[in-house]
Design a protein. Structure first.
Length: 482
């Protein structure tokens, strides 16, 4: 079977290929085709004639596929010598892009839009940025009485502190945060089992050193304990190791703390030897101790003679709770019900208030009278602020927002995904990253495996099983390398 070719949906294309002698060693360089020799299957449908004969290109050949042929997600073109065999039967696979009905809907031919400048340049641009704001119109002598109101320990400062406390540890990206078992002795409990070799601490790294438990005639029953934080929600568990015992099975459970029960999430089959394998298990939201963040993964077997764990991790995401922020906001508002007051020093910067913006003796005892707060309330009322912001272009225009979105898409760069199976649910940037990696990096396809390498071309990061019974080409789900 030949390599997979990527072509645009509904656009005529020509694809090069080679044929081998029947012995499978040398190229066949003088093959002559008939219409019956070349057929195509569209989206696993019945194979029909391509309609075009392939063309001899010397050492190899090419076949032209019409726009009408390229109207499926995947096409398999078969080259089968229908007469006395003079070449080795072969096939090529075409995956389409650039259409909702294609294998890859994203259109790789879409041109990017040039970026007109980043946010920093725009802020400083004459006439359109913040440098054009008439600072003196916002900073008046009567309003200077509130300059120190929110500098430290005021309402805004405490609210920001509360936000920071709640977002600590929040997941960045779709894959979540991975955490290892708690440090020994809190991260592992043996109910049944003997001869513990090493401690759970060696499972923090995937380095070939295993945490070993042997059976206790005949059962083995242990669990690892993790902490994902008070607002953590578990996503999955990943186990790397091996188990011994002919036809042995290790059942894997997660702890449902609400119902005080163990819920099976998968199993591991025993194998002879000590080859480390990887097993991933989906964790549902009920498999965490609410408000505490404890997650437990249990390994239980009645027939395994040994369970060796090289690494075990729990991936989770964090949910930002607004309760604490709202409570802090309300308590501060009740403590100072006069309304919101703006710290102009923090809003406009240290150099915003200068001798050029305030006249001589503008700030005096009269200006800082007891009604200064009322003046600020009057001058910074909601309607006034909205009008002022509109007049001074402090509110971003749709064009500016669009420019910033394009800046993220055209200027910001993203590292290629590392080794591991793509998640079923992933951000659009994560999905595009995987597509680009598979288009750019080295790939290899054997009779049984399609492999995608890392940037260096030395390590298989992702792979999928493939098969072809001359009627149907099947590619399995992408999984982690190597």
């Amino acid at each position: 079977m030949g390599n997979v070719h990527l072509r645009k949906y509904g656009v005529e294309t020509t694809i090069p290929f080679t044929l081998f002698e029947v012995g499978g060693v040398d190229f066949r360089v003088d093959a002559v085709a008939t219409t019956a020799d070349t057929t195509v299957s569209i989206d696993e449908g019945a194979a029909t004639s391509v309609g075009n004969l392939f063309v001899d290109r010397g050492t190899g050949y090419s076949i032209t596929l019409t726009a009408g042929t390229l109207t499926g997600a995947r096409m398999v073109v078969y080259f089968v010598d229908s007469a006395t065999k003079v070449w080795l039967d072969d096939s090529i696979v075409i995956e389409t892009y650039g259409d909702p009905s294609a294998m890859h809907a994203f259109d790789l031919d879409t041109a990017s839009v040039a970026q007109t400048g980043d946010s920093f340049a725009r802020i400083g641009a004459t006439g359109s940025g913040l440098t054009s704001v008439a600072q003196a119109s916002l900073v008046t002598a009567a309003r200077m009485g509130a300059l120190t109101d929110w500098i430290n320990d005021g309402r805004l400062d405490l609210i920001l502190d509360e936000i920071e406390a709640h977002v600590h540890g929040l997941s960045h990206g779709g894959a979540g945060i991975s955490t290892a078992a708690k440090a020994s002795p809190a991260g592992f409990v043996i109910t049944e089992g003997v001869s513990e070799a090493n401690t759970e601490d060696v499972t923090h790294a995937l380095d070939g050193t295993t945490h070993d438990i042997e059976d206790a005639s005949p059962n083995t029953d242990v669990y690892y304990e993790f902490n994902v934080g008070t607002e953590g929600v578990p996503i999955d568990a990943s186990w790397h190791g091996y188990t011994n015992g002919n036809n042995a099975t290790v059942a894997v459970y997660g702890r449902d703390f609400g119902n005080t029960a163990w819920v099976q999430i998968g199993s591991i089959e025993g194998e002879p030897g000590s080859t480390v394998i990887t097993q991933d298990f989906v964790l549902t939201t009920n498999l965490v101790e609410v408000g505490v963040g404890t997650v437990r993964i249990r390994l239980f077997s009645t027939d395994a003679t040994k369970i060796a764990t090289d690494q075990i991790l729990v991936s989770y995401t964090a949910v930002l709770s607004s309760d604490g922020i709202v409570d802090e906001w309300e308590s501060q508002s009740q403590a100072d019900p006069t309304g919101f007051r703006v710290n102009m020093m923090e809003t406009l910067g240290a150099s915003a208030v200068t001798s050029g913006t305030l006249a001589t003796d503008a700030v005096d005892a009269a200006a800082l009278a007891a009604d200064a707060v009322a003046e600020i309330q009057s001058g910074l009322a909601t309607s006034a602020l909205t009008a002022t912001a509109s007049a001074l272009t402090l509110v971003a225009t749709p064009a500016q927002v669009n420019a910033q979105v394009l800046n993220v898409m055209n200027v910001d760069t993203f590292a290629e995904p590392g080794q591991g199976a793509p998640a079923a649910t992933l951000s659009i940037f994560g999905k595009i990253n995987f597509i680009y990696k598979w288009l750019r990096n080295k790939t290899e396809t054997t009779a049984t495996t399609h492999s995608i390498y890392n940037d260096a071309g030395a390590v298989v990061d992702q792979k999928a099983t493939v098969s072809d019974d001359s009627a149907t080409y099947t590619k399995g789900e992408i999984e982690t390398g190597p």
